[in-house]
Design a protein around this ligand. Structure first.
Ligand code: 5GP
Length: 139
């Protein structure tokens, strides 16, 4: 079925391939990213499959965020990090590589060399137009 392709995260959840699992609750599983941007980089996944933010239901997403909220300070302390980024890549254009919804909990260290992307200014009048388009869709 389209969009239901098996991923490595399905296998990790079923314990068919190894992973450093650090946390589990009824709805989520959290394990270390195999290629961390920094030590302690963790992925939180829903036990019930969703591909991305676009098909995960609100409760399952809230459960991911609850788990990330619980884990962030614990991971920060455990690895002695100075900060944490929370991220989610949705669709290839946004850098998603594994098509099983997941939230990144990424420890950051002062001067670790990573830069966040830089914003660019709206042309005159464009912000108001974009905001209006979004508000219209929200109804
Ligand atoms: P994204 O899809 O958000 O770009 O990132 C997928 C993440 O999954 C990457 O950071 C990558 O290192 C991680 N990853 C890919 N395959 C595996 C795996 O088999 N095990 C674990 N633990 N992480 C993986």
């Amino acid at each position: 079925m389209a969009g239901m392709e098996e991923t490595v995260f399905h296998k990790i959840i079923r314990r068919e391939i190894p992973a450093e699992i650090i946390y589990e609750d009824a709805e989520t599983l959290a394990f270390l990213d195999i290629q961390p941007m920094n030590p302690g980089h963790t992925l939180v996944v829903p036990k019930k499959f969703a591909k991305s933010i676009f098909d995960i239901d609100a409760n399952a997403f809230a459960a991911l965020m609850r788990a990330a909220h619980k884990l962030a300070p614990v991971i920060k302390d455990a690895v002695g990090a100075d900060g944490i980024n929370i991220g989610m890549n949705n669709s290839p254009a946004a850098g998603q590589v594994v098509f099983y919804a997941h939230v990144h909990v990424m420890p950051r260290f002062l001067n670790d060399g990573y830069e966040l992307w830089h914003g660019k200014n709206y042309p005159e009048g464009e912000a108001a137009k974009i905001a209006e388009k979004i508000r219209a869709k929200l109804g």
